[in-house]
Design a protein around this ligand. Structure first.
Ligand code: BF8
Ligand code: SF4
Length: 625
């Protein structure tokens, strides 16, 4: 690793902790990336296959070596199969998270838990009515049970389609029907992808790509949307609130507990436990001033959006948070939790606590959470953190920065409320050209790109061009750390966007949630398209995942495009080994679903691509470009 830590991240907290890691001899994700160089070129192009034991096989991209695997599959089929499996894994992750929420809702409905309750009964009724659940004469518990059962049916194909299908504009549904990509059930599409990619099933690259689109739509309008809506019902629908972000949210004289992962089911209980007067007293008896809770990654965003709990950092900050030496416990659920956290924690007094039997980490402490013990288990983990605090070595503590303020909580309900109850003022601002368009900048960090650099600079460039930016996941944290999530950032926006933000008192970059909350963005696009009587692909909107790394991001990107939303990726997915699949992704899909992917790692050029798309769409709607 180079000594100039500014090459790795734009964040001063990251740079300081990378330096400390170097001094203390602790390995991080950047060191391991270097060790892995050069990456396998076949795998980077998507040209390797290990779907059966006649292989593994690889295709020579230069044409002089093998052009077919042992079974006869060519480059196009191998690339399309690999991409399909990435989408299936990403969709499965979001959707299995959604299922956990539905199980919690069902347990509430059946009276099997005292720990979880319905926090937003109005939304429970609204959503139940929307998806056709009869609520007449039923109490909240009965509605919760009926709604959960309705959603359970979405996972197989008991309903034949998704509960939220009516949120999709008619014209978009016609496109899906024409190409046979209407999702029939969430799990069904994932399972079918695993079937199709077995040796000797679907051997047509275009057909495989179309099914990838269908799998991803089952995620966006199914698993992710259910995760979002049920989280709101159980834990509350987010409203705008100010909090703080970066490693400066850790407090030197407090017991510091971090929650990391994705599902609010565990983190919400931890949030309740840290307020327990008994536990606070125990922390004080251990010599601490109190207990400090902060979040990492998406479960952090869930708590930030609903409770204003501060955010310690995004994906590439998770190891670095431990390197402050000030973290007693990281409680994790699942997804995006680097296995290396266990080794980094072992260099300090810190503990990693796993909570789900589907996500165990060798060397971590496992405390299984379930609907009937969650409150008690959360207390147990907080007590563990208090014990760990006694072993903290103050000489190794370094909290390198002061926290930055950020505003969060922009659910669609909150956005519409800020607009006076309907989307019309936003439509008027778009028509008038004050807000020229909207871009969702989402996704991860990836050590292959300078941490937060592409995401932050792209967002900054977009707001300058009067493009309203919606952020989720790790991208939200990237922009928050640089101050873009505060209303004052409107000063950096173009004059039109600045005027709208100042009138509404909102930032030019709106934090709409975690990665499953990308469902909020497509829902909003659906509402706008319906209000204008057009398809989503006609809207002056775009999406970007500048620093993506995960299979979940592939599913999100795929459903954005399948919804007709042009999507710019900072890194190419492993498809370049197939001219056919690459051509489809970059051009061909325009004729199918009305949108394509683009790949651009330069943040200004990426913003220009988004701007060009918005200009084209505005012209087609007879609006000034
Ligand atoms: O679901 S943005 S690194 S934490 S995958 Fe993961 Fe990517 Fe972060 Fe959340 Ni989303
Ligand atoms: Fe090789 Fe075909 Fe087996 Fe893949 S499925 S490993 S290409 S033989």
């Amino acid at each position: 690793m180079n000594k100039d830590f500014k090459e790795y991240s734009i964040c001063t907290d990251a740079q300081a902790m990378l330096k400390k890691a170097r001094v203390e001899g602790i390995e991080t994700v950047w060191d391991r990336l270097l060790e892995q160089q050069p990456h396998c070129g076949f795998c980077e192009l998507g040209l390797s296959c290990r779907n059966c034991i006649m292989g593994p096989c690889r295709i020579d991209p230069f044409g002089s070596g093998p052009q077919r695997g042992v079974c006869g599959a060519d480059a196009d089929v191998i690339v399309a199969r690999n991409l399909g499996r990435m989408v299936a894994s990403g969709a499965a992750a979001h959707s299995d998270h959604g299922r956990d929420l539905v199980e919690t809702l069902h347990a509430i409905g059946e009276g099997k838990t005292d720990d979880y309750v319905i926090t937003d009964p109005e939304k429970l009724k609204r959503v139940a009515e929307e998806v056709g659940v009869n609520i007449g004469g039923k109490d909240d518990a009965a509605i919760a049970k009926a709604l959960a059962e309705r959603f359970f049916a979405d996972f197989g194909c008991m309903n034949g389609t998704l509960s939220f299908i009516d949120r999709v504009p008619e014209k978009r549904r016609e496109v899906w029907a024409k190409f046979g990509i209407t999702p029939r059930g969430i799990d069904r599409e994932v399972v079918e992808m695993m079937h199709r990619t077995h040796m000797g099933v679907d051997n047509d690259a275009v057909n495989l790509c179309l099914h990838s689109a269908r799998v991803s739509l089952g995620d966006g309008w199914g698993g992710s949307m259910i995760a979002t809506e049920v989280s709101d019902i159980v834990f509350g629908t987010p409203t705008p609130r100010v909090s703080k972000v970066n490693l400066g949210v850790l407090k030197e004289d407090y017991v510091n507990i971090l929650v990391h992962g994705h599902s609010p089911i565990v983190s919400e209980m931890v949030c309740a436990a840290v307020q327990d007067p008994d536990l606070l007293q125990k922390a004080k008896d251990a010599g601490a001033a109190g207990i400090n809770l902060a979040g990492l990654c998406c479960t952090g965003s869930e708590l930030l959006m609903r409770k204003g709990i501060p955010m310690a950092g995004n994906h590439l900050m998770t190891e670095l948070a431990l390197i402050t030496g000030a973290v007693e416990v990281i409680i994790v659920d699942y997804q995006c939790i680097m296995p290396s956290l266990v080794a980094v924690a072992a260099c300090y007094h810190s503990k990693i606590v796993t909570t789900s039997d589907k996500a165990k980490f060798t060397g971590a402490t496992h405390v299984e959470f379930s609907v009937d013990n969650a409150r008690a288990k959360a207390r147990e983990v907080v007590e563990m953190a208090i014990e760990a605090y006694k072993n903290r070595n103050p000489a190794r503590v370094d909290i390198p920065v002061e926290p930055v303020e950020l505003m969060s909580g922009f659910s669609n309900e909150a956005v519409l409320a800020a607009l006076g109850g309907t989307a019309q003022p936003l439509i008027d601002a778009i028509v008038a050209g004050k807000v020229r368009g909207v871009v969702g900048i989402v996704g991860c960090n990836n050590p292959k790109l300078k941490h937060d650099y592409v995401t932050y600079n792209m967002a900054k460039e977009c707001i300058k061009r009067d493009i309203l930016v919606l952020v989720t996941g790790c991208a939200a944290i990237s922009t928050g750390k640089q101050g873009l999530l505060m209303p004052a950032a409107a000063e950096e926006a173009g004059s039109g966007l600045k005027e709208v933000c100042n009138a509404l008192g909102i930032p030019p970059v709106l934090h709409v949630g975690s990665c499953v909350d990308n469902a909020r963005i497509i829902h909003l696009c659906g509402l706008l398209a319906k209000a204008l009587g057009v398809d989503i692909s006609d809207l002056p909107v775009a999406a970007a995942a500048p620093e993506w790394y995960s299979e979940k991001a592939v599913s999100i990107g795929m459903y954005a495009v399948a919804n007709g939303i042009y999507t710019v990726l900072g890194l190419a997915p492993p498809i370049l080994g197939s001219k056919l699949v690459t051509g489809l992704a970059l051009n061909g899909l325009e004729d199918v679903v009305g949108a394509t992917f683009a790949v651009e790692a330069d943040p200004i050029k990426a913003a220009e691509l988004v701007d060009e798309r918005i200009k084209t769409k505005r012209k087609a709607l007879n609006l000034t470009p």
